[in-house]
Design a protein around this ligand. Structure first.
Ligand code: ATP
Ligand code: MG
Length: 328
């Protein structure tokens, strides 16, 4: 089968993956792999350094995250899975791309402003340059499509601009990528205010036990106007309802919508039903994950093989980049 195009994406190894990572990105990663795209997925450990000052968990987090990838259906026979720092060509491309990056453009990116707000005592040069390194990740593999959640769209737009500037100055070597979103590009956290995010601890892990799922779901914020059991709810503004639409069978969802609008059920009952749906919905993931974890070397073997395959592409593209730039 010929490839429909080259895909690249990455995730930071900052912990086990959550529903937002899956519904916003990982689900698409698996689908694209199975639709005949040539896929390259990266553990972006250097990106994790921008916010993680304690780096002692990077290795364990990489292992846990790749288990989630495999359990979700990424297939190392079809797809390259590798660790960013193990293919160091990306650092050289990062430096070159930084020369066609206007400084002010980086300061204006919403993700930078948000991280500064969340963590004002650790605003480092690497954090500002994060999108340039990300542009290097994507363009080093000449990727055409980048499956990501909505929060990453400004970075893909930024990458396109950098590619245009590079190609204008040095010739058509790099490829302008396009973002690919899922139908749920922004999953809200348990607080219903922020996007679900590892760093905000407002998430549910894909690998959560039934007990953890029940506990976390019961803390979910529902329609803020439904302050009493007898007040009818508005499913259209309720995060629990949105997730019911994904994890609960359709006939049951219709009943929940009706019962919520008529105050026939309260939010606690609704959340109990959702917890049960989610426990069922994630059971297979948990089982597959445990099977992959049974051989502790497997993840590392997969990443070692991915490193070799990624290096071949990266080295070839860097030869072309150096030649275009005129480096002696
Ligand atoms: P952190 O809080 O450490 O930034 P994160 O949970 O945002 O972690 P990332 O590694 O930054 O996870 O993101 C991995 C992928 O998951 C990206 O493509 C991102 O767009 C997507 N993603 C993350 N959170 C969500 C969400 N709540 N909804 C949809 N997509 C998401
Ligand atoms: Mg993030």
């Amino acid at each position: 089968m010929t490839s429909k195009g080259r895909i690249f994406s990455g995730m930071r190894p900052t912990g086990r993956l959550h529903l937002g990572n899956y519904l916003g990105a990982l689900q698409n990663w698996v689908a694209l792999q199975n639709e005949g795209y040539e896929c390259i997925y990266c553990v972006v450990d250097l990106h994790a350094l921008t916010t993680e000052t304690d780096t002692s968990h990077l290795r364990a987090n990489t292992y846990e995250m790749v288990l989630d990838w495999l359990a979700a259906g990424l297939d190392p026979q079809k797809t390259i899975l590798f660790v960013q720092s193990q293919v160091p060509e990306v650092n050289e491309l990062h430096v070159i791309l930084s020369m066609v990056t206007p400084f002010g453009r980086l300061e204006d990116l919403p993700t930078f402003k948000e991280k500064v707000r969340q963590n004002p005592e650790n605003v480092n040069y690497g954090l500002l340059g994060y999108p340039v390194l990300q542009a290097a990740d994507i363009t080093l593999y000449l990727a055409q499509y980048v499956p990501v959640g909505e929060d990453q769209v400004p970075h893909i737009e930024f990458t396109r601009e950098v590619v245009r500037r590079f190609n204008n100055r040095w010739g058509e070597v790099l490829v302008e990528p396009e973002a690919k979103l899922t139908e749920t590009p922004r999953v809200m956290g348990l607080d219903s205010v922020n996007k679900m995010s590892k760093s905000l601890d407002n998430h549910i892990e894909l690998a959560a036990t039934p007990e953890e799922i029940r506990r976390r779901v019961m803390t979910m914020v529902t329609d803020p106007q439904r302050t009493h059991r007898h007040i009818p709810g508005r499913p259209e503004v309720c995060n629990v309802y949105h997730l019911h639409q994904i994890y609960t069978p359709a006939d049951q969802v219709i009943r929940i919508e009706h019962d919520c609008k008529t105050a026939a059920i309260g939010c606690v009952d609704c959340k109990k039903i959702f917890a049960a749906s989610l426990i069922t919905g994630l059971a297979e993931h948990r089982e597959r994950r445990a099977r992959f974890a049974a051989d502790p070397d497997y993840v590392w073997d997969v990443l070692a093989e991915g490193r070799k395959r990624a290096s071949v592409i990266a080295q070839d593209v860097m030869l072309r980049v150096r030649d275009a730039v005129g480096l002696p």
